[in-house]
Each structure stands twice: as C-alpha cells, then as structure tokens.
Design a protein around this ligand. Structure first.
Ligand code: HSE
Length: 400
C-alpha cells in the first residue's frame, strides 16, 4: 500500500483527494498496488468532513513518518511551500506540486535534492493545469531540439480576450464579468499583467534549454491596455488578439516574451477560446504539435497531480533523470527580435510614412479620425526608436 500526504486542502488539494477517491480502482491498477491518503496538512480544521481524521497542522509529522512515500504540495506561493517540500525530499519522499511560483523559483534545486536522495520532484500541474505538457517535454519529445514553444497558458486572460473578441466588450466590463464567474481573482494583477504566464514560460523554457530561466528576465506585457477597438482592427486583418507566452530558439539560447499578439486564422492557437489553454510546440524533427485542454480548475489540475503520483509510485527509490541545471540561461535580448507591429495613432498617414517608411494602412469604419497601420518587419529596438521619434502612439500590438 502506497501512503501519501496532501499539503494544502484548498481547491486543488481537495480535488486530489476527490480524484483518488473517485478513480481509486483504476489508479491502483496502474500503480500495481493500493494507495491511501494518510495525512492532509492544513492550517484549518474541517469538522464534519471525513478528511478531518487525517488533518495535521505540523509538516514534520509527515516528514518524519517513514510510511509516507509520496507528498503532494498544493499550498501555493514560495514559502512555506519551499521549506516543506525540501524537507520532504530530504527525507527521501517524492513530491509533486501544482505550484508554479515554487517551481519557477526553486525547480532546479529541488530536482537536485531529489536526485541526491534517489526520489523525484514532479510538477506537471504547474503549467497548463490538466494538459500533459511537462511530461510531453520531458519524456515524449526528448528526441527533438525544441525550436519554439508558444502557449496560451492563462485561462483568466484567455476568457477575457475571447469575450472581447466575440462580444465587442471593453476590458473593464469583461474583467468584472470574469470576476463574477470566478474566472478572475479579486486581485487579478498576476493574471492580467502577464506575471502568471511569465512564470509558466520560464518553467517551460528551463525544461527545453536544460538550465535555469529566471522569470524576472522575461519581458512581460499584460492585456490591460487592449480595447474593443483593437479587436475591430484585428478582425479587419483576419486576426485575433491572444496573450501568448512564447519562447523561440535564438542561436544557443531562447528569446522569451509574454505579450498580446495578433494571431492569424491559420495558427492552431487562434481557435483556443474561453478558459482553455493550449501549448504549441515546434520540434526540429517532429514539426508542429499542440497540447490543448483545461488549464485550471480543481479536477483538471488535480488529474495532472494524481498522474504524477502514479508516476512517482512507479519509481519509488529510483530517480528519473531530468535536465534542469541551476546555471542561469542568458536569454536573448528581446530588443533584437524582429517582427511586424500594428500601430494606432491620431496623426495622419503622411506623418506616419515620414517616420516609419512604407506601411500597410488598416482602415476601419469606426476609426474616428485615427490611423491604423502595419509596419514592415523590424527589431523591437528599431520600432521603439521610431515610436519615440514619432511621439503619438495610441496602441501597438505585435504580429505573430
Ligand atoms: N489564474 C490562472 C489561469 C490559474 O487562469 O490560468 C492557473 O494557473
């Protein structure tokens, strides 16, 4: 019988207990033996809940119990999750976590501790919720050099942008709606400013590069400045606007960015709508692949956590090699990356041409005296210089 402990009995932790309870029989068959939740660590008590008999308040009870082989961490945040997880690994227990903040900050170190102690640290649910992207990168796509990963990895913002695209609504209106539906938090900063997506693309890039990518180094723009009018222009161009977390091979390193992008209809990410997530991967042998599904929510996320539990149970006492060295990867300077820029200004086309040269005007009936245009391909640095000299940019969105 495999005994496990769950740290954090919130949305995901309670989902983990539910998944194990509901699918006990098939999960046990896949492991080859029984599985039991022995402890649930939480600050709270759950009087009247069957889980109450398993509640402990001190993580050392779990760390010091030799019967516990696997620990699930669903507390969120860096501390005390980091201290607790490190203690579990040091005690030789394998750990799976859904906590992207912990993985982005301490992933490589925790993998090293697991290696030293012949156990494992897994984190499938930390990116893309229920979508199997981490295991795909670590196990299924290991024959490839990954040239690009571009993902819609934040359900909150994808829901908001989808509503803006489909209903012509404004940013403030869709944010309120997302909060009312429980898709956005009361303080939505981490989602709408792109910080959540930045941590996720830092984790994915660390895995494909094999060394540490610090999310603080990732150039990040959120969706707060996107307006209903931007979607009218996007439609005119046969495109839509998506918040992409993207990582592209640039020589020996990767160019990594989170920003709203104008995506063409032909791109597989174009049709990823609502709270769904998807990760597009381009391998040098595989070509293109896409992983799509529920990127958040109790049961989809818990499904990924429990899949890790099964994998951990199959490898008790044996470390699965995973390359994520602590050495920092110097990511490519985003200012040297080249793209086309869609720009809105209140100046006329001749003033635009004086600074930007030949551009492609984008005309819409609702323009109300402003000019929309598409630049030729240029570096971010060249665009920034021209925009500064021009001095009148209402909006800029990149092409993808
Ligand atoms: N707020 C996040 C999202 C939760 O919407 O994707 C999952 O990380």
């Amino acid at each position: 019988m495999i005994k496990i402990a769950v740290m954090g009995y919130g949305t995901i932790g309670s989902g983990v207990v539910q998944v194990i309870g509901t699918n006990q029989e098939s999960i046990c068959k896949k492991i080859g033996e029984g599985i039991e939740v022995k402890y649930v660590l939480d600050l709270r008590d759950f009087d009247g809940d069957p889980i109450q008999s398993k509640i402990v308040h001190d993580y050392q009870v779990i760390a010091q119990d030799p019967e516990v082989a696997i620990v699930v961490e669903c507390m969120g945040g860096v501390e005390p999750a980091y201290t607790f997880v490190k203690a579990m690994l040091t005690a030789g227990k394998s750990v799976t976590t859904s906590n992207k903040a912990l993985v982005a900050k301490h992933g490589s170190e925790l993998i090293a501790v697991a290696k030293e102690k012949s156990c494992n640290f897994m984190f499938e649910a930390s990116v893309g919720g229920g979508i199997p992207i981490i295991r795909a990168l670590n196990s299924c796509l290991t024959a490839d050099r990954i040239e690009e990963i571009s993902g819609i990895v934040n359900g909150t913002t994808n829901y908001m942008l989808t509503r803006m695209a489909e209903q012509g609504l404004g940013f403030a209106e869709v944010l309120k709606e997302a909060q009312e539906k429980g898709y956005a938090e009361k303080d939505p900063t981490a989602d709408i400013e792109g910080h959540d997506a930045g941590r996720k693309i830092a984790i994915l890039t660390s895995l494909i590069a094999g060394c540490q990518v610090d999310f603080e180094d990732v150039y990040t723009e959120g969706i707060t400045k996107i307006t209903a009018l931007d979607f009218v222009y996007a439609k005119k161009m046969g495109r839509t606007i998506k918040l992409l977390a993207t990582s592209r091979q640039a020589g020996d390193t990767y160019a990594v960015m989170v920003a709203p992008f104008l995506l063409p209809k032909e791109h597989p990410l174009y049709t990823v709508n609502g709270v769904f997530n998807a990760v597009f991967v381009r391998g040098n042998m595989l070509g293109d692949a896409m992983f799509y599904g529920s990127g958040a929510g109790s049961l989809p996320t818990a499904s990924a956590v429990v899949a890790d539990v099964v994998e951990l149970a199959r490898h008790i006492g044996r470390h699965i090699e995973l390359e994520w060295k602590p050495e920092k990867l110097e990511i490519a300077d985003y200012k040297q990356q080249e793209t086309r820029f869609f720009v809105r200004t209140s100046k006329d086309l001749s003033a635009v041409k004086e600074v930007f040269g030949e551009v492609e005007p984008i005309e819409i009936a609702q323009a109300d005296g402003e000019t929309g245009f598409l630049t030729s391909a240029m570096t971010e640095e060249a665009y920034a210089q021209k925009a500064a000299a021009f001095g009148n940019v209402i909006q800029m969105i990149r092409f993808h």
